[in-house]
Write a protein that binds this ligand. Structure first.
Ligand code: AP5
Length: 229
């Protein structure tokens, strides 16, 4: 069925700071995928003062997960908008086994299934440096790092000229909490997708363009699997 419609669904899985958003920005257009990042959607809802944003804010500030039912409503709304012909790049979703079950059902309803899951792997010491140095554009959401991937002009987005800010959950104590939550709630998804033969491990402690190129190669089917570990 997936092939009939040629609808694809890819997942970027990985700990906070593993580079999901950075890689998604680099591959979504080239791969013709709708980028669905639940963290970005929640931050937009917060910024716009929507009820969902108000509800999510207290969870996000503490670095714990927003309840599954709220997340699934958000995702379902996006999937509805895309109709049944859009292909997706999920970023930061699913994050629990329950969300993974719900995603399977939502895709099945649309006559498709998960095409592949890319697990971005990075050593924990790199993660802390990445997250404390991250800056995000208030306007378009583009992601930078003060040393690794700096903007051309300090504090200003290269893409849209918007102001760069530091996310409230990128404080060291909240980061450590997010990492613990990842290990407990999200890491079990790795073996789930591995057992289904869907998982590709991609080392993300390399240049972002190299990581993105490797994943794009796998999406286009032009890679022999180099880089999978
Ligand atoms: P979310 O926004 O999804 O955050 P996250 O998963 O913690 O991931 P991050 O955005 O922190 O990191 P990333 O992997 O995207 O890395 P990035 O590319 O930015 O979620 C935030 C919160 O929302 C959660 O804590 C939770 O409360 C809630 N939430 C969201 N989704 C949910 C869900 N499904 N269920 C329940 N709750 C949910 O890169 C990080 C930094 O590293 C940047 O500075 C970047 O420039 C730099 N960098 C990236 N790649 C490289 C590279 N290759 N080399 C050098 N530097 C790099």
């Amino acid at each position: 069925m997936e092939d009939e419609k040629n609808v694809k669904a890819y997942i970027l899985l990985g700990a906070p700071g593993s580079g999901k958003g950075t890689i998604a920005e680099r591959i979504r257009d080239a791969a013709g995928l709708r980028h669905l990042a639940t963290g970005d959607l929640l931050r937009t809802a917060m910024k716009n003062g929507e009820p969902l944003g108000r509800e999510a804010e207290s969870y996000m500030k503490r670095g714990v997960l927003v309840p599954d039912d709220l997340i699934m409503k958000l995702v379902e709304t996006c999937l509805e908008k895309g109709g049944d012909t859009a292909s997706y790049l999920f970023d930061g979703f699913p994050r629990t086994l329950a969300q993974a079950d719900m995603l399977d059902s939502a895709l099945e309803k649309r006559g498709t299934q998960i095409s592949r899951v890319f697990l971005l792997t990075v050593p924990k010491d790199v993660i802390l440096d990445r997250l404390t140095g991250r800056r995000t554009c208030r306007k378009c959401g583009a992601v930078y790092h003060i040393r690794n991937i700096p903007p051309k002009k300090e504090g200003v987005c290269d893409v849209c000229g918007g102001e760069l800010y530091q996310r409230a959950d990128d404080r060291e104590d909240t980061i450590l909490n997010r990492l613990a939550v990842y290990d407990k709630e999200t890491a079990p998804l790795i073996s789930r997708y591995e057992k289904k033969g869907l998982l590709a491990r991609v080392r993300s402690d390399r240049k972002a363009d190299v990581v993105a190129g490797e994943i794009l190669g796998m999406i286009r089917g032009s890679s022999s699997g180099a880089g999978e570990r």
